[in-house]
Design a protein around this ligand. Structure first.
Ligand code: ADP
Ligand code: MG
Length: 139
């Protein structure tokens, strides 16, 4: 399996509940290396840019309002098969449908407030890491 990068975001609902440490510990247990990690609060423009692919979806405004409500933690991760393995660790978009033990099942509240973001392809993993980190930030 090839080494890949993927972007994790600990979303506002999870940061509000103080779950940063638990989620980061889980990611390290799963064998991910942390290349970059930062807490920040998205502006509306930054949230809309990040989720531009969803701009025609009915939940776009709700999603951008949610993602700007509180700080988030962005984490650039590296591992063999990182994209697919990370998606397995977080579980389905809707926490109610996520497998037992996944991060979204454990910590997500709803299909909207689902604790974490994950990249959906190797290409998007690279693009999304670049959205938040310059090349020299990733070590
Ligand atoms: P994923 O985060 O699992 O890749 P999507 O890319 O489809 O899921 O959606 C991006 C984010 O938009 C989700 O993580 C969730 O926060 C929000 N979202 C998705 N579907 C809905 C929905 N039906 N209603 C409200 N918010 C949604
Ligand atoms: Mg997605």
């Amino acid at each position: 399996m090839a080494t890949q990068r993927t972007l994790s975001i600990i979303k506002p609902d999870a940061v509000e509940k103080g779950l940063q440490g638990a989620i980061i510990a889980r990611l390290q247990e799963e064998g991910f290396s942390i290349l970059g990690l930062r807490q920040l609060r998205l502006t509306r423009q930054q949230a809309e840019g990040f989720y531009a692919v969803h701009k025609e979806r009915p939940f776009f405004q709700e999603l951008c309002a949610f993602m700007t409500r509180s700080p988030i933690v962005v984490i650039a991760l590296e591992r063999d098969d990182a994209v697919q393995h990370y998606r397995k660790v977080i579980g389905a978009t809707d926490p109610a449908k996520a497998e037992a033990g996944t991060i979204r099942k454990l910590y997500g509240a709803s299909v909207s407030e689902n604790a974490v973001h994950g990249s959906d392809s190797e290409e998007n993993g690279r693009i999304e890491c670049s959205y938040f980190f310059a090349g020299f930030d990733l070590v």
